[in-house]
Design a protein around this ligand. Structure first.
Ligand code: HEM
Length: 204
């Protein structure tokens, strides 16, 4: 395919991804303006932003194996965009806790992060996502070279920690966090297995 149509297609795919990834935030904003978030709006915002953060993080992880299976190496171009939207929702989630839930009560927030393991894990996950988002630029890829790939493997512990944070929070129906964790662990195993497979085929 010549360069111009391929470039046009990439722009269209990116525009569609922007719309799809922004839709949950827009629908949340509209529901908030129209008083449509139910009896406990803060809980609803925390729920939706946390869910989308974890979902988009899982989608980001799946892009590498999916592009191999589908034979579409170019899909790698969209991974950063989806990953940054995962960070965007995680940050909205954190801000909901910080601003709407705790009203910037710093001493209580620090105590919460230090003493409630569920919050400690959420905060640690967010810090990992900050490191990944900050170093996701072309400048950092160039600066860190091989270490960039090592650093960005942190997306796996981040997704696992996000999944456990979700499981920890749920009291009755644990099915959804368990499905998330099963998918994340499967993606981790695929990732661990793929280099071994490449080495074996080189030997064989
Ligand atoms: C700054 C760190 C974080 C804090 C303070 C925090 C805090 C919270 C709180 C207070 C809840 C609701 C608990 C409840 O309703 O009983 C929650 C739920 C949740 N969080 Fe976080 N969180 C953080 C980071 C994260 C991150 C980084 C992710 C994802 C990658 C995440 C994903 C979730 C999910 C999926 C839920 C469950 C949503 C639901 O079904 O209600 N959280 N978090």
């Amino acid at each position: 395919m010549s360069a111009a149509p391929a470039r046009r297609r990439r722009i269209v795919v990116k525009a569609v991804l922007w719309v799809v990834c922004l839709a949950p935030a827009l629908s949340l904003g509209i529901a908030a303006l129209m008083d449509g978030l139910g009896a406990n709006p803060i809980e609803e915002i925390t729920h939706r932003t946390g869910w989308w953060a974890l979902f988009l993080l899982t989608v980001t992880l799946s892009i590498t194996p999916l592009r191999r299976v589908a034979g579409k190496p170019g899909w790698i171009r969209y991974r950063r965009l989806v990953g940054l939207f995962a960070f965007f929702y995680a940050t909205l989630h954190f801000l909901t806790y910080l601003v709407l839930d705790q009203f910037f009560g710093w001493s209580y927030i620090i105590e919460d992060i230090a003493e409630r393991p569920f919050i400690t894990l959420g905060f640690a996950t967010w810090l990992l996502l900050v490191a990944l988002a900050v170093t996701s630029t072309t400048g950092w890829i160039r600066r860190l070279r091989k270490n960039w790939q090592r650093l960005h493997r942190l997306i796996y512990p981040a997704a696992l920690a996000g999944g456990v944070h979700f499981l920890w929070k749920v009291k009755a129906d644990t099915r959804e966090p368990i499905v998330f964790l099963a998918v994340i662990i499967a993606l981790l195993l695929v990732r661990a297995w793929a280099p071994w497979k490449r080495r074996a085929s080189r030997v064989g």
